[in-house]
Design a protein around this ligand. Structure first.
Ligand SMILES: [Zn+2]
Length: 259
């Protein structure tokens, strides 16, 4: 770590030339992540003018050492993880043996590198074609369409459905810029027209976007095959993923043909 003595007895510590890496010491405490402007001509010619405070001293809210702050920052990017949970997880990780932490890091990297999408149904898979699509004992005459892999997993847990799946990769949501072309709808249409299944079951959460997607797919697929949708027991606006297994199984049994 290098340090530079500034006029007026201020110290500037830094690890590298990246703006986010600076640590400013002395001077009045500044909040974490705030911007500070260097007014010293010598330094401003060497470094960017804007410096992000990553750690201030004497400020109770910014007490993390830099690697710990970075870990908390990364964990906080995960869905459903707020600052407090991120801190709890980070401190827990630090307490675990190094081998355990290495195994966790390796599992993250392996999962990211080795898991892709099935080329037939777009479910998560470590092979080009997923286990469900390769399974010859499963019924080829029905395709169950779901928004994402989480919904497929939820349906699989019911053990009620023995057909094949198709994962859309989301639902139509114009407000988020997701139209039919952003989803795997074209591949579904090709699959249905090529293999002529007896039935396509639409198992999409009944939210506003889910309904739009269901109606859109219904219109699109009806010329090719019988199209049904699951309906029973699922709360409107609810997520398929969070429904219990019995409710989901009933919903599947009670599917009806799309008008
Ligand atoms: Zn598949």
């Amino acid at each position: 770590m290098k340090s530079v003595l500034l006029k007026g007895g201020r110290f500037l510590f830094f690890h590298s030339l990246k703006a986010t890496d600076y640590q400013l010491r002395a001077g009045r405490p500044r909040p974490y992540g705030s911007l500070c402007f260097l007014k010293f001509p010598v330094l401003s010619s060497l470094f960017p003018l804007k410096i992000v405070i990553v750690r201030t001293f004497g400020d109770k809210t910014t007490v993390y050492a830099r690697p710990l702050a970075r870990l908390i920052e990364q964990l906080q990017r995960l869905p459903g993880v707020g600052p407090k949970t991120a801190q709890r997880l980070a401190l827990h990780i630090l307490k675990r043996p190094e081998t355990e932490v290495e195994a966790l890091a390796q599992a993250l990297i392996d999962a990211k590198k080795q898991i892709g999408l099935c080329s037939v149904c777009f479910h998560l898979s470590s092979e080009p074609v997923c286990e469900i699509c390769r399974n010859s004992t499963r019924d080829n005459s029905t395709i169950c369409v779901v928004a994402d892999s989480r919904d497929l997993i939820a349906l699989e847990k019911t053990r009620e459905y023995k057909g094949k799946y198709h994962v859309l990769g989301g639902v139509i949501s114009p407000i988020d810029g997701i139209g039919p072309e952003q989803l795997t709808i074209h591949a579904l249409l090709r699959r249905v027209s090529q293999h002529s299944p007896e039935e396509v079951i639409l198992a999409i959460s009944p939210s506003v976007e889910g309904e739009t997607t269901t109606l859109y797919l219904g219109q699109l697929l009806k010329p090719f095959t019988k199209v049904t949708r699951i309906a029973f027991g699922l709360p409107v606006g609810g997520d398929l993923e969070y429904a219990d297994e019995v409710t989901l199984a009933r919903a599947m049994e009670g599917r009806r043909e799309l008008d």
